[in-house]
Write a new protein. Structure first.
Length: 291
């Protein structure tokens, strides 16, 4: 873990990020009083350092700083990185469907937007910033009405996956039949999903039907990651894959093999699985069927 964002017992540090050269400078608490009045303006001009994504003490959502769009990035991926709903982040930056972004565009993170419910049956996903190495992908995920998940115990015992469970008008099923080795946690050692053990090359399956809105390795800490959009409220993510078998913009069915389990971005073969509702991490155990 990088030392750029570690908390010190004796010293409070401020971070100032420069858009031009990406340099992060630490200022001790002794100078904090002098710079306190300038922090808001400086944060608006800065970019978030990659160090924060590798720090166990750091947990989105982020409502400060800004993000400079890189070639190939989508609003889905950016919103996921900062723990935000893509509609809310887009609205905060004066955007509207189809949420088109471009390389070099600066997205402000210090503003909160609104999640506007569309009257259409479906809405197109955010378009990615143009990249020379790959074409721009687009798709239209279906819009459905969400409902609150039922309350039940956390992780069921490990055994072969059977059946599915409908929550939020979505039929959810297990993405892998391995043992759950880390549960969802919002406190202590934060885990925004569940970790499922497996062997390298095991099939990783889509937990529900939807559209692939992200497939790549650009989000630090996730390795080779796939994000599937199921409707306006729900997204699911599959991290640390050895090989990605789908492309952005591709429609997938529940149970379809979308990746090979691996250890990219971590130290052992594991599937890290997340479900997010309106941009917020939720406990997958409340959505997946008992097994």
């Amino acid at each position: 873990m990088t030392n750029l964002y570690r908390h010190s017992k004796a010293v409070l540090r401020f971070r100032l990020w420069s858009v031009g050269d990406g340099v992060c400078r630490d200022l001790s608490a002794k100078r904090a009083a002098t710079l306190a009045l300038l922090m808001s303006a400086l944060m608006l001009a800065g970019c978030n350092t990659n160090a924060i994504y590798g720090d166990d003490l750091y947990n989105p959502p982020v409502y400060w700083g800004s993000h400079v769009v890189k070639p190939g990035e989508t609003l889905y991926g950016i919103a996921w990185r900062y723990g935000r709903d893509y509609r809310e982040l887009g609205d905060a930056n004066g955007m509207s469907p189809p949420w088109t972004i471009r390389a070099g565009q600066v997205l402000r993170l210090d503003q909160k937007g609104r999640i506007r419910q569309t009257a259409q049956a479906s809405s197109p996903p955010p378009r990615q910033a143009p990249a020379a190495s790959q074409p721009s992908a687009s798709a239209k995920p279906p819009a459905r009405t969400a409902s609150a998940p039922p309350s039940r115990a956390a992780t069921p015992p490990s055994q072969r996956t059977t059946g599915s469970q409908t929550v939020g008008n979505i039929r959810w099923q297990w993405p892998h039949s391995g043992t759950v080795i880390a549960n969802f946690s919002e406190s202590g050692k934060v885990n925004k999903g569940i970790d499922i053990a497996g062997k390298p090359g095991d099939a990783v399956k889509a937990a529900a039907g939807g559209n692939v809105v992200y497939a790549g390795s650009g989000l630090l800490g996730y390795g080779n990651l796939i994000i599937v959009n199921h409707n306006e409220q729900y997204l699911s993510a599959y991290a640390h894959n050895r090989k990605i078998l789908v492309q952005e913009g591709e429609d997938v069915k529940a149970g379809q093999v979308i990746a090979e389990l691996g250890s990219s971005g971590t130290d052992k073969p594991v599937l890290h699985f997340e479900i997010r509702r309106n941009g917020n991490p939720v406990d997958p155990a409340r959505y997946l069927p008992r097994r």
